[in-house]
Ligand binder design. Structure first.
Ligand code: GLU
Length: 481
């Protein structure tokens, strides 16, 4: 095998979504594993929908995920330019070749005419494809159209009665019949090449060895193979990877919830968790390993372990990956990573609680949370003191009792001592554990469920605990039961 060169070729018409990121991850992993090159190419032939800001966002999100490319529009490379909008002359030379060999012909059909043809075919229960009408125009008819100023698009004449065989690395042998393919446009009437054409020229000229892409592109592949054959270019090896489905086995799409990498980033998911998870969507690591990091992400990647199905995106799985990574992280690194969700405030909390207790609390909070954003929100809830007078008589009794116990008996504020006394106080209060503990937890964090109380009490510190209970009792706790 020659040098492995893979590519990710996004169209900058929106943010990078999970499907695109998965494609990028697979191509990146294969190139790294084989010590080849990973190319980033921007497919911006759709001038109306392509936006510079999306290109920038895609690059930024890929970098954030830890997917680095060797060649691309931002860093150049031996096959530059890497933006299709800058490769016009290259495409024109191949168009000229196809014209010279009579392999393409001008098509003057209007959008309306094509639409009518399509509808007719559908009505007759046939798959719509271009009839080839303009192929049969006489030179006079063509001249007449030209004189009327109609700008043609250029179509590739698909040879009839042939089979196209694709040896797909994932799907095995796939056979297409040219009779089911219509003559397809390679150059639009505005002089812009179509995706199928530009993609072939670029993959060939950029020496791409493997194209790993979503199964939805399988239907484009026979057209692309025809072009490779016509231009006598060597096609890459293709691997069409299973489409990502959601929990309900329908195509993962924005309609059913956010699927952009940026969304998950802003929600506080970790790039390492996402990248690791993406590499398990349609691919599996040896021995069913789930957590895979660093170099193993690509050394353990294998084309043989890409399945024909099984790419199900289930948020609960990503949550699990994220939680796992958050729990394994060095606590100071975790603190650093919280910065976008209120760095200043978190620094204040740390000052207020003192380093030791702050880290105890952070450790406690991370066990409860899925995302960085959740951790920051919990820290805020756990540390801030909310004045809120309790109306419920029973709750009030519990809290007043606690207040007097804490005031009268300043236990050394260590986990063992707190634990022992907490149990004692509960018993002395006369309230059952099912009332006593949830009320205390509610006073401290605003929820009756949550972390272990003794650890929470130690982390918050005696002063903070008193302050929080007083804020609920509402009379500075001067009264006793
Ligand atoms: N620009 C195409 C897309 O974003 C690339 C398809 C391909 O990988 O060939 O879907």
């Amino acid at each position: 095998m020659g040098r492995v060169r893979t590519r990710f070729a996004p169209s900058p018409t929106g943010f990078l979504h999970l499907g695109g990121a998965r494609t990028a991850a697979f191509n990146w992993a294969l190139a790294r594993k084989e010590e080849g090159d990973f190319v980033l190419r921007i497919e911006d032939t759709d001038r109306e929908r392509s936006k510079k800001q999306f290109e920038e966002a895609i690059l930024e999100d890929l970098r954030w995920l830890g997917i680095e490319w060797d060649e691309g529009p931002d860093r150049g490379g031996p096959y530059a330019p890497y933006r299709q909008s800058e490769r016009g002359e290259i495409y024109q030379s191949f168009i000229a070749q196809l014209k010279a060999e009579n392999l393409i012909y001008p098509c003057y059909c209007t959008v309306e005419e094509l639409e009518e043809e399509r509808k007719k075919a559908l009505k007759m229960g046939k798959a719509p494809r271009y009839s080839g009408r303009c192929f049969f125009l006489s030179p006079e008819e063509r001249k007449e159209k030209e004189e009327r100023g109609i700008k043609p698009s250029w179509r590739f004449r698909v040879p009839r009665g042939k089979e196209i065989v694709l040896e797909d690395l994932v799907r095995g042998k796939v056979v297409f019949h040219t009779n089911s393919l219509g003559d397809f446009i390679v150059l639009k009437s505005d002089g812009v090449p179509t995706y199928n054409f530009a993609c072939v020229i670029d993959d060939a000229l950029m020496d791409i060895s493997h194209v790993l892409r979503g199964e939805e592109h399988l239907s484009n592949t026979p057209y692309q193979i025809l072009l490779y054959q016509a231009l006598e270019l060597t096609p890459p090896l293709f691997a069409h990877v299973p489409i990502i489905l959601d929990e309900e086995r329908t195509k993962l799409s924005k309609r059913r919830g956010e699927v952009s990498v940026r969304f998950f980033r802003e929600e506080g998911f970790l790039p390492e968790a996402i990248l690791n998870h993406l590499l398990t969507l349609g691919h599996s690591f040896p021995d069913g390993r789930e957590i895979v990091e660093g170099e193993e992400l690509y050394t353990l990647f294998s084309l043989e372990r890409i399945g024909k199905g099984g790419a199900i995106f289930d948020l609960s799985h990503l949550n699990w990956w994220n939680k796992t990574y958050i729990r394994r992280m060095d606590i100071r690194e975790l603190e650093e990573k919280l910065t976008p969700w209120g760095g200043e405030e978190i620094r204040e909390f740390k000052k207020e609680l003192g380093e030791e207790r702050f880290y105890l609390l952070l450790d406690l909070v991370r066990e409860e949370s899925v995302t960085l954003k959740e951790i920051a929100e919990r820290l805020r809830d756990y540390i801030s003191v909310k004045e809120e007078k309790v109306e419920d008589e029973e709750k009030l009794q519990v809290l007043k009792f606690l207040l007097s116990s804490l005031n009268d008996f300043p236990v050394p504020w260590e986990e063992e001592e707190v634990k022992k006394n907490l149990r004692r106080w509960q018993k002395e209060s006369g309230f059952p554990p099912s009332i006593f503990y949830p009320v205390l937890r509610w006073a401290l964090i605003g929820s009756e469920e949550g972390p272990e109380l003794d650890r929470l009490l130690v982390a918050l510190g005696r002063e903070k605990v008193l302050e929080k209970i007083k804020a609920k009792v509402g009379d500075n706790g001067n009264s006793t039961v």
